[in-house]
Each structure stands twice: as structure tokens, then as C-alpha cells.
Design a protein around this ligand. Sequence first.
Ligand code: SF4
Length: 400
Amino acid sequence: MSNRVNSWQQAVCPFCGCLCEDLLVKMDGQRFSPLSVSCRKALAGFERHNGVPGLPEQEGTPLTFPEALRTAAQWIAGARLPLILPGEGASLEACRAVVRLAQTISACVDVPGPLPGDGVARAAAGMGDQSCSLGLLRDRADRVVFWGASPEQSHPRFLERFIAPGCEKTLLAVNSVLPDTLPVEHYSVDAAAVLGLISGLLLGLKQGNDALEPLAARLLSGLGAARAGVFVLGDGFLRQGEAVLAELFRLMKALEIRHGARWFALMLAEADHFIANSAALLAETAFPGSMRFRDGRAEYSPAEWGAEALLRQGGADLVICAGSPQNGWKWPGGVRTIVLSADHPDGKPGLWFPVGQPGWDCTGTLVRLDGVPVWVSGLEPGKRPSLEDALDQVRQAVLL
Ligand code: SF4
């Protein structure tokens, strides 16, 4: 390592779905520091990852890797109803390893979703031709509607990289926080009225603006003037759930038919890894989550095999979290937990395997927020096993 002290490397930042590719990173002693950006999220990510312990732990007590593998294999062998949750930071390769492990141990798999109790990850995975590329947003979109978004909070460099420079787009913000320096037309809508507003806009397209309240009529005129429009949907919108998202997709189609404009959607969720995980499972199994494996084959039933429902009804006696658990995750009482993650998890899971973070100490393919897979090399590859390797080792230990 010493020959790399003070050397500069170019890196992809893995700490949010923007996957900024312009980081310059310097190794200083045993620590990496990003030098080319002042993104608070990137700085916090580097701070967290410098000095993460390298040994597995069982309830806080260090173990060797082979000891931890043996314990995991025993717990899995003793479980009747294992549940696997792909977590934050799981690469596409790791999602495939989740499926291999689930096939081997006949587990349920669920992606809990970026926000509690919603089906947005599933809806997002099926977005199809409505999804927006970052290039289209930056170069072609003439009208951008931020809805329930606070980009500076969730994706700190999003505006700087895709909107702000010489901004010639018309920017509308519904229940969003955008900097005063941007020319934005703001709308404020009661959260409970969002579904009604979108349905009203659909009606207004058929019957004309006169049928609408003044706010909705103004908004509809703004939307109708686009040639290429993008809805940037933040947590404040996605929290409304699958039905509201589906109604917005209907509105986008209706705007296209009525005005001959193309409309796209881009999810700007704080936990965009969960949307990517769901898309990865969809590519691997044809189901975006909440599935059960029996005899190596997957069956799909979101209502029965969703993590929340399983844990509430005692339908899982072992939880394996492949990646960092979702923010606010509560360890289920009386259920054994195994976590394989790059971050040291909060609380005390039964067993923790430290694994590499793609882009830091292992390689892997991460999914950018517009759905583009980006292969990232590591700054110190090989220091810790990748999540994919660790999951495959657990699987091998079970098969022994
Ligand atoms: S915006 Fe996201 S990817 Fe870009 S530097 Fe900040 S944390 Fe990293």
C-alpha cells in the first residue's frame, strides 16, 4: 500500500445513484480522501468506510471468516423459513448471488422498497419506456417537474450535473425544495390531495382547463407546453405509493396523446439502491421481489411473501440481509439475523460479515438512477470479499 501513499486515482463515487465518475481520490496514510468534489454525502461515505473493521462479528464478538461461515451454515440448516433481503449497496452480481442462495436454501426473497409499506420498487422496475436517461434530462428536456423532491438532500450533485449549468429549461416544483438560485415555479399541494390532483389533471385534459381549480389549471398549462418533459420524483412523491405512481403514468400518456410531447419519469429516491435491486431481480427471475423459492424455482406473491407481512405473521425464522439494511430497519425480535454489508450495521445483528463496497474495496456493477448499469473498479480491490463472493461462500458452506 505504501507505494500508493499520496497517489491520485480517478474513481466512481458509489454513495448515491448519480454514480459521479469524476472523483479524484488520494490515499493519505491508511485513508482515502476525495479531492475533486465537495459533496457532503461523498465525504460522509468516505468517512464511514475508512477503517471499517475487517473481521466478522457474532453479537459484537469478532470471529474468523471460516468460523462465521460455519455458524451461518448451522443457522441456515436449522431454519424452516429463511428470508433474504437484498439491501443497500448490493451490486447486480450480488443480486444474482442472492437468487443462487435462495434457490439452494428454499428461501423467500423480498426487496422492502425505498420507503416503508409501498410497492414503488415494483412499479419502478416495470417503468419501461417512461424511464428517463440522464442524458435526455440534461440535453433534451425543456420542462422538468420536481415532485416531492429535495435533490440537494438526496443526490447532492444532481442539479449541478444535470440541470443547473446555463439552465434553459422551465422548472416546476410541486412540494419540492430547490435552491433560490434556480428559476422555479413552486406549487404546494396537500399530501392527501395528490391523487385527486393528478386525476383532476387527467379530467382537465379531456374537458378543458375551465373544469379545474386555479392551481390545477395553472399546472396543466405548464405541463401542456412541453415538447420533452420529465417528472423527477422524490421521496415525498414516492411515499404516496404505487396507486399514485400509476395515475401519474396515465397522466404522462394522456399528455403525450393530447399534446404530442414525450414525457418521462426519473425516480430520485434517497434509497435508490432498493429500486435497482428490484430491477435486478426482475431481470434475473422475471419477478421484482416478494418471491418464494421451492425446488429451485421462484413463485411470485407480493402479498404473501413480502418481508413486512412475513415478519409480522411469524412467517420467517431467519433473516439474511445481503447489503446494508434499509434506514430505520428494526431487528425483528426472536428471529436470527445474518447481515453481509460494507457498513457496520446499527444495532446488533446475530452475525455480521464485513464485505467490500463496490468502487472501494471490490469491483461490481452498480445501477445508476436512470437504470444504466455502471461497472466500477475498486480503489483497493481484494481487501474484503465482495458481497457476491461472501454469499457464494455461505452457499458453499451450506452445501458441505
Ligand atoms: S452526488 Fe452522489 S455519487 Fe455524486 S459525489 Fe455526491 S454522493 Fe457521490
